[in-house]
Design a binder for this molecule. Structure first.
Ligand code: KG4
Ligand code: ZN
Length: 337
């Protein structure tokens, strides 16, 4: 019998609801919250209020698109954490309410694990291409930068981690310095496509092993701009594309060198990228070229499954459902998970 999962993601500023049936996405809706743009970052209280307003209509739409009724849902998967507590609370409470009303299992999902599990999402009318184990995944999001060995769907070993900022934060914070709205990653990506990546040089960290650091780059970027703006107040406006291309290429360089090192040290050539920063066109291109040179079997998720989405929560929930891993109704969200 088919297994249908209703999945809820509300860890940060996007309210997303998906319907997954037997690993295939029937619908995946995301309501973005524009309200944070002018604040230069996510305002937690505004985020939870927007989740409250969005969650019911987005769920109704997701079911409508999937062509299902609440009676057809077999289990509810939701993001338990990590994330903003108030935001998580909205999704968790809604998931609980739905599960209790329908008397169906509740399944908690770790948001980070779900980003990696996005590689197992299947879509009708598309080739069923999923990684085999062991699988090496570079997880790059707004809050995390990690290299993970996935030994099975549920056995993940973190072999590299950021010691300060995440890659997404590096994009967002440097963007903020240039006066870009939050999140700056997508805009830097677009501008970088028209710029010269060799135009400017920024500090690259020297960190041993497979760990990452981005705070030195951020500081170097800040001082660089401060000095140039002193000479010419219009420096950013005149050189936007070149600045973005140089910054992006520095970040990609850091990510690529550690991924190559990890593959080399572990001998794993089944490689993937996940998380919001994996939407970056420069990183996707670089990964594809490197995969060609090194004979990697490369997995790059569809754009819609890179940034926060409920389909990744649903696919993780589906695999947990198959294992009978359910959550009690006393569950509470975890800001750190
Ligand atoms: O995974 P995600 O949606 O949320 C977290 O779990 O953190 O990642 C959000 C991050 C933000 O920092 C955003 O700037 C970055 O992903 N991002 C990008 C791009 N699209 C999103 N960074 C670079 N290039 C992009 N195209
Ligand atoms: Zn995320």
């Amino acid at each position: 019998m088919a297994v249908t999962i209703l999945a809820i993601e509300s860890s940060c500023d996007d309210t997303s609801v998906a319907i997954i049936r037997d690993g295939y996405v029937l619908s995946n809706l995301i309501a973005n919250q524009d309200i944070h743009k002018s604040y230069g970052g996510v305002v937690p209280e505004l985020a939870s209020r927007a989740h409250q307003a969005n969650i019911v209509p987005v769920t109704q739409q997701a079911m409508l698109r999937a062509g299902i009724t609440p009676a057809e849902v077999d289990a509810v998967a939701f993001t338990r954490g990590p994330g903003l507590l108030g935001s998580l609370l909205v999704g968790t409470s809604f998931a609980k309410g739905f599960a209790i009303t329908r008397q169906i299992p509740l399944i908690e999902v770790n948001h980070l694990q779900a980003h990696v599990m996005a590689h197992f999402i299947l879509e009708k009318d598309k080739e069923d291409r999923i990684p085999s184990f062991p699988f090496l995944c570079l997880l790059v999001s707004g809050g995390h930068t990690r290299i993970i060995i996935m030994k099975s769907h549920f056995e993940m070993e973190v072999i590299g981690n950021t010691i300060d900022d995440a890659a997404g934060e590096a994009f967002d914070k440097c963007g903020k310095v240039m006066g870009f709205p939050y999140p700056a990653g997508p805009l830097i990506d677009r501008l970088a496509a028209e710029g010269n990546s060799q135009a400017f040089t920024f500090a690259k960290p020297v960190i041993k092993g497979l760990d990452f650091s981005f705070s030195g780059l951020k500081t170097s970027f800040l001082y660089f701009l401060r000095d140039r703006i002193k000479e010419d107040p219009d420096f950013v406006e005149k050189n936007k594309a070149d600045i973005c291309a140089s910054l992006q290429s520095t970040i990609i360089n850091i990510l690529m060198s550690k991924t190559i090192k990890a593959s080399h040290e572990t001998g794993i050539t089944e490689i993937g990228i996940a998380g919001g920063v994996s939407a970056n066109s420069g990183l996707r291109k670089e990964m594809t070229e490197e995969a060609g040179r090194r004979n990697w079997n490369l997995f790059i998720p569809e754009f819609r499954y890179t940034t926060d989405n409920a389909a990744m929560i649903g696919i993780t929930g589906y695999y947990k459902y198959l294992r009978g891993e359910f959550t009690g109704h006393e569950v509470t969200p975890l800001a750190r998970y």
